[in-house]
Design a protein around this ligand. Structure first.
Ligand SMILES: *Cc1c(COP(=O)(O)O)cnc(C)c1O
Length: 365
């Protein structure tokens, strides 16, 4: 028997969440963001469920090639654009649309020999201070691009830093509008948080939205809202089993560093899941876990291959009992990935993306 850990990708939940994103910004076309191997889900595993999107947005040229190999003929957008000159050959050959966020990328385009005109998304740094032209240089970049025979169409892109919080979008939307108000071309501004929280905002609705995390069923603004508040369903479950049981006496400890000390007699289960499976090592004692669909807590440090859980709330549980690290249990109960992420001081994004290659994955409906 293989080690009992398994991840499940829920096809129906992916379709549902994509529909939710569409509904939240109804006039916009939707890029399904599938960077980081579809947030750890696997591009090949999510593709069928997400083919109702209007396009796929990602970062890696190899991922773009994989989307084309799956038979997708629609738009594919490189969110960071090209990294070196010869990447443009692949853009021409596979008809990839690409972000242009710096003058070096314009230089590369100017030197690129191609018959096919490129569709580019010129990126404005509207305040995030990651990628993009500063407002003072944006229009000059547009003019330069517009003069290139290699460029067929220019669209405009920016990214929000605070769509999930109280600061909101308005300052960045103002910057965008003040720089780009009269420039032609399609716009794309909103990520998941912008779509869910500000989908009625005219700037977010035009012309494309770029939801990622919402499609994967995690709330972009947790803990203010849970995924269920936005009617998002978990798309990844991580399940395993109890492979050992110990009975502790007061004073007994659990795991490396003896960080958990039992105060009373305690039955504990050892779960076949550790940080080498992608379970965060930072999750402390008390991180929520489901055993047989019932909520309990982790005890002691996460080790490479195992964690230990408190079996007090489920005295019937023992060897072979089902454990849900996040997502859905076979018993129907759910443990939001965001609850686990928070216990580990991180976000649902990181947990999904970190699912380790050694974990077998199945796709279910
Ligand atoms: C990752 C990313 C997104 C999607 O963000 P979510 O918060 O997952 O919705 C959108 N746009 C860009 C440029 C990104 O890099």
């Amino acid at each position: 028997m293989p080690r009992p850990i398994q991840a499940t990708i829920h096809a129906e939940a992916l379709r549902h969440n994509l529909a939710r994103a569409r509904q939240a910004a109804p006039d916009a076309r939707v890029w399904a963001v599938v960077k980081a191997n579809a947030y750890g889900h696997g591009i090949e595993r999510v593709f069928d469920s997400l083919r109702g999107a209007d396009g796929f947005a990602l970062l890696d040229l190899d991922e773009a090639r994989r989307v084309r190999e799956l038979g997708w003929r629609g738009p594919v957008l490189l969110l960071e654009g090209v990294f070196e000159q010869r990447d443009l050959e692949l853009c021409s050959r596979l008809d990839l649309w690409h972000t242009v966020h710096c003058s070096e990328q314009i230089d590369m385009l100017a030197a690129h020999k191609t018959q096919s005109g490129h569709r580019v998304f010129l990126k404005l740094n509207s305040g995030m201070n990651r990628l993009g032209f500063a407002p003072a240089h944006f229009r000059a970049a547009w003019t330069r691009l517009n003069a290139l025979p290699q460029v067929e169409e220019i669209s405009l892109i920016t990214h929000f830093s605070d769509a999930d919080g109280p600061k909101g979008l308005s300052a960045q939307v103002r910057v965008f509008e003040s720089v780009a108000w009269d420039l032609p071309g399609e716009r794309t501004l909103g990520n998941s948080a912008a779509v869910l929280r500000h989908g009625a905002d005219a700037a977010v609705r035009a012309d494309w939205v770029r939801p990622g995390i919402a499609i994967y069923g995690s709330a972009p603004d947790y803990p203010e809202h849970e995924a269920a508040h936005w009617d998002l369903r978990p798309t990844m479950s991580l399940n395993s089993r109890i492979i050992g049981v110990q009975t502790l006496l007061p004073g007994d400890t659990v795991g490396y560093g003896s960080s958990f000390v039992a105060e009373q007699p305690l039955r504990v289960g050892v779960v076949a899941c550790g940080y080498a499976d992608g379970y965060p090592r930072h999750c402390p004692t008390g991180t929520p876990v489901l055993v047989d669909g019932l909520r309990t807590r982790s005890l002691g440090r996460v080790s490479m291959d195992m964690i230990v859980v408190d079996l007090t709330p489920m005295p019937q549980a023992g060897m072979g009992s089902e454990v849900t690290l996040w997502g859905r249990s076979a018993h129907g109960a759910q443990l939001p990935i965001d609850d686990v992420a928070r216990a580990g001081g991180t976000v649902g994004y990181e947990l999904m993306c970190a699912l380790a290659p050694r974990v077998p994955v199945v796709v279910a409906d």
